[in-house]
Design a protein around this ligand. Structure first.
Ligand SMILES: [Zn+2]
Length: 280
């Protein structure tokens, strides 16, 4: 099949397997003595993107960047965009505004010290900026961010806002400075937003659905889509602690096929970093 004409945005949330909210929930937050696997799994992501000639935005957790600065330099050296995933992967709805500002400014400083360039993009842990956390946008703007990517316009038990716009829009403004929101992509079918933006849905559903959904949005709505995944989703050998079947299903469904599916997606769809797509 011919590549899509519109270039779409690709993003990778760089964190350890144990930072996932479902892992934390399933293990009651146990993080002591856990093996670090983020370096090896992110190397696999870089190889995959290199083979697919794709560039992406990497939302890197501040804690991971501080522990693995060479990895951050390597990602930047391969011409991907470095962006911020906060410092400690604490959901925004569990933080006060003061705690949130401290978390994002610390992570931004760590990343900027390593790459020597401004970091302008932010993604909240587990898409955790809901309507009650709109104060976070003002803080992001004050801390020098120019875009946010923390909304998934679907119905979900942990996150999602099905009323939110589906394409990039100005979510906050102060004077001449604006913060743009780039939501994770959905395709609208029969009045319902269906997820085509990656994560667990991509592992669960056939590749053809995501691919057809992206092409439909590109062709019918003339809009770029945004897709995301995590390095730990390419690591089927990660430790799998005892947890309920529901938690296990959400974390590990389709994990063995993920790398092959992503390779095929990169072959069929043209991808670039978010900053390039938004032209900021
Ligand atoms: Zn995350």
């Amino acid at each position: 099949m011919a590549p899509s004409v519109i270039t779409n945005a690709l993003s990778v949330d760089v964190e350890e397997y144990y930072h996932a909210e479902v892992y934390r929930d399933g293990t009651n937050g146990m993080r002591e003595g856990l093996e670090s696997r983020v370096e090896a799994s992110t190397e696999r992501v870089l190889e995959l993107l290199s083979a697919g000639a794709a560039k992406a935005t990497f939302f890197i957790l501040g804690q991971v960047a501080a522990a693995h600065p060479a990895l951050v330099r390597k990602i930047a050296g391969e011409k991907h965009e470095i962006a911020c995933h906060g410092h400690a992967h604490e959901p925004v709805f569990r933080q006060t505004p003061t705690e949130f500002r401290a978390d994002v400014s610390r992570a931004k400083a760590v990343l900027e010290d390593i790459i020597g360039e401004p970091v302008v993009g932010y993604r909240a842990p587990s898409f955790s900026i809901g309507r009650a956390q709109a104060w976070a946008y003002d803080i992001l703007l004050q801390e020098g961010f120019r875009y946010d990517s923390s909304i998934y316009p679907i119905v979900h038990d942990h996150y999602g806002d099905r009323e939110a716009p589906r394409f990039p829009y100005e979510i906050w403004r102060k004077g001449s400075r604006a913060l743009v929101e780039f939501p994770i992509s959905t395709v609208r079918v029969a009045g319902v937003n269906l997820p085509i933006g990656g994560g667990g849905y991509f592992r669960l559903l056939p590749l053809a659905l995501t691919r057809a959904g992206i092409r439909r949005v590109n062709a019918r709505e003339r809009q770029a889509t945004l897709f995301y995944f995590h390095p730990w989703e390419l690591d089927p050998d990660q430790p799998r602690p005892t947890m309920s079947w529901r938690h296990r299903f959400r974390l590990y469904v389709g994990i063995e096929r993920e790398e092959r599916k992503l390779a095929r997606l990169l072959r069929d769809i043209a991808f670039a970093p978010i900053r390039n797509i938004l032209a900021i």
